[in-house]
Design a protein around this ligand. Structure first.
Ligand code: HEC
Length: 110
């Protein structure tokens, strides 16, 4: 008798939580936005770390704010570093792309 009682309690608890789990998966729009922002922050953090590590290898870390470059020009600069100054030895294309995204966002908010 006692174990049956326990099973009912477990069932009730499950029934209480399952809708919450399901609604957690199909989150409303506002929650989605929040998630996207989190994702953005994550990308920024990775980009920031890469930028600091990789772009200070051959020269001082460029001060983004003191250059007049547009986001597109920054992308060009990184390609230029990669192709002309052999930065490819120090960073992969993927890393360069992440740095581009990061610099793009930085130079856009300026
Ligand atoms: C392999 C070495 C190397 C790495 C790594 C490197 N650079 Fe450079 N960078 C150079 C050299 C050499 C110069 C100066 C000569 C030149 O402009 O070609 C330079 C110059 C610059 C300038 C000044 C150019 C201008 O037009 O005023 C900027 C801005 C710059 N780098 C940004 C970056 C960024 C952003 C990264 C990271 C993605 C990076 N660099 C990584 C070698 C490197």
């Amino acid at each position: 008798m006692k174990t049956r009682c326990n099973i009912y309690i477990i069932m009730i608890v499950l029934l209480l939580f399952v809708p919450q789990i399901i609604s957690g998966c199909t989150a409303p729009a506002s929650k989605d936005l929040f998630k996207k922002d989190l994702y953005k922050d994550e990308i920024d953090l990775i980009g920031q770390g890469l930028f600091r590590d990789k772009c200070s290898l051959c020269h001082e870390l460029p001060d983004i704010g003191s250059y007049p470059y547009t986001p597109e020009q920054w992308a060009g600069i990184i390609d230029y570093m990669h192709d002309t100054n052999a930065a490819r030895k120090f960073m992969t294309i993927e890393e360069a792309e992440k740095i581009k995204v990061y610099l793009k966002r930085l130079s856009q908010t300026d």
